[in-house]
Write a protein that binds this ligand. Structure first.
Ligand code: ATP
Length: 511
């Protein structure tokens, strides 16, 4: 655990030191759970977005893009269910004035019971050695049975109370279990209330005519309300998809964990419209396709797993998360949901407009079903960045910090370095940059000894370094050094473009 925390702190510090992520409005002491992307972060984020966009829109003839507004007619959010149901149960501690999610307090309590049970099991395992039957021990040891059954009861009761909207019972449970404020130990709690996560704002100049608006809490609804616009003008036939990336806003009650849970974040969503009855086939297709997209980045198969939902949201008939092994454990990275015709039907009802597709083969109209893939761009960023950051011990015993970003998304593709600051080498380096800059983001660096410059680029995540030396003057060749293997090769300047392409182009990653 300490190790994990340590690693996470390093990730946050490195992201700041190398211009990837800053706290928002830091000079005013920041704004909680809001972040700014610096010079490198903006590039990395843009590259991840583009990698997603091209894999969706360019690679599928039946998927097109959309860029809907953040503001939408307020009835949108009534139809979608967000006004009534996009809530978390919150509780305040009267002494510490700290606010918590009531469900998270109870879940943490349940997890402690689980940890106690696992400790007993681990102890017994040690005692009994090879002869140990873990399943039997867990089922029969009185202490383990007690911990695990209490855990189950607690979660079951919470689930039932939340389902019934019985918030008094949620509070009663917190009191019965003796759950205290994790920060101060106080048990002086307020009642539990539902807290809507949408940010409200106003449209219009004068107080009495102003309309209440919300900042969108997801990008999906912009796709649903434009379903017919896109279908008609694009002459799309079912099945087809609409992809969109953009900001979403949620007033998260507890927003820790850096860019994992933000109040302003970016989503990359695709809604795939299918014939009713075909949705499970497409749901399976998109689960597999999306996992393969993640795997193409080479962060390690062992870092992903599916979590299939047993308890489904009101709009879904199947749902799964792709979870990623973040520095704080496996957590949701992407959601894949079979949303039935819930959204289009709701918008038909609230708007009074038909949102149906006329199937020319069946010669009839129907409301399509929807399979959605929804991934957080910032969470993708964290997954890529935190896995890439490594402390490496080299053969000679020295160490280096290296940011092994997948080259396809790395902010800077190559650094061009003159060995010395004289003899015409800087000028040649500049000429190389002038040729490469049309295709790649490249930088120039002439400060410090070459070894230090390599290390700086390693820590910055730059996959390639191109060094101009005195031989370059006579034979038009340079050294190209690979960040990950640290291998150096002598190559002709005229071949650089092809060599870099082969390392960084999407074609070589996604295929
Ligand atoms: P969680 O359970 O973690 O709150 P969610 O199930 O509410 O997430 P969805 O509504 O399915 O999330 O949103 C789709 C994706 O958007 C998530 O998989 C995640 O990557 C991203 N996302 C959601 N909320 C946030 C947030 N507050 N900050 C950053 N990314 C987020």
């Amino acid at each position: 655990m300490a190790n994990q925390e340590d690693k996470f702190k390093k990730v946050i510090a490195h992201a700041k030191e190398y211009g990837y992520i800053f706290g928002s409005s830091e000079i005013y002491d920041g704004l909680s759970a809001v972040y700014d992307y610096g010079q490198n972060g903006a590039e990395l984020k843009k590259n991840i977005r583009e990698y997603w966009w091209k894999s969706m829109v360019f690679m599928h003839q039946n998927i097109v893009g959309l860029d809907a507004s953040i503001f939408m007619h307020p009835t949108t959010w009534k139809a979608s269910g967000h006004v009534d149901a996009f809530t978390d149960p919150l509780i305040d501690n009267k002494d510490s004035k700290k606010r918590y999610r009531a469900d998270v307090l109870i879940e943490d309590y349940a997890e402690k019971l689980n940890i106690k049970a696992q400790k007993e099991i681990a102890k017994a395992k040690k005692r009994f050695g090879d002869a140990f039957d873990e399943a039997q021990f867990a089922a029969t040891n009185p202490r383990v049975v007690k911990y695990l059954s209490e855990r189950e009861e607690v979660l079951k009761r919470m689930g039932a109370s939340l389902e019934k909207e019985d918030l008094n019972d949620v509070k009663a449970l917190i009191e019965e279990l003796g759950i205290a404020d994790p920060d101060t130990g106080s048990k002086n709690w307020t009642d539990v209330r539902q807290f809507n996560l949408m940010f409200g704002t106003k449209l219009g100049a004068s107080a009495d005519t102003a309309t209440d608006l919300y900042l969108r809490p997801e990008t999906a609804q912009g796709i649903f309300v434009n379903f017919l616009n896109v279908q008609k003008t694009g002459r799309m036939k079912i099945p087809f998809g609409i992809a969109q990336t953009g900001k979403a806003f949620r007033n998260e009650i507890v927003a820790r964990q850096f860019i994992f849970r933000m109040r302003e974040f970016e989503q990359m969503e695709m809604q795939f419209f299918v014939k009713p009855g075909d949705e499970m086939k497409w749901y399976d297709y998109w689960k597999e396709t999306r996992l393969n997209w993640h795997l193409s980045l080479g962060l390690g198969e062992e870092n992903y797993r599916f979590h299939d939902h047993d308890k489904l949201a009101h709009y879904a008939n199947a749902a799964a998360d792709i979870e990623f092994n973040f520095p704080f454990g496996f957590k949701e990275l992407e959601g894949i949901h079979s949303r039935t015709d819930f959204d289009l039907k709701a918008h038909e009802e609230f708007s009074g407009r038909k949102l149906q597709f006329f199937d020319p083969e069946l010669k009839e109209s129907y409301t399509p079903y929807v399979v959605e893939t929804s991934v957080g761009l910032d969470r993708m960023f964290l997954a890529v960045f935190s896995t890439a950051l490594q402390d490496e011990t080299l053969e000679d015993g020295s160490t280096r910090v290296v940011l092994k970003l997948p080259a396809v998304v790395a902010p800077v593709k190559a650094a061009v370095l003159p060995l010395v600051k004289k003899d015409g080498l800087p000028e040649i380096a500049q000429q190389i940059i002038d040729e490469l800059k049309w295709n790649f983001n490249v930088v120039y660096d002439e400060k410090d000894a070459i070894g230090r410059r390599y290390r700086r680029q390693d820590a910055n995540g730059t996959p390639l370094c191109i060094t101009v030396d005195h031989d370059t003057l006579t034979d038009q060749t340079v050294t190209i050094r690979d960040r990950d293997t640290m291998e150096q090769k002598r190559v002709a300047i005229k071949d650089l473009k092809t060599l870099i392409s082969e390392r960084v182009d999407m074609e070589y990653w996604l295929k």
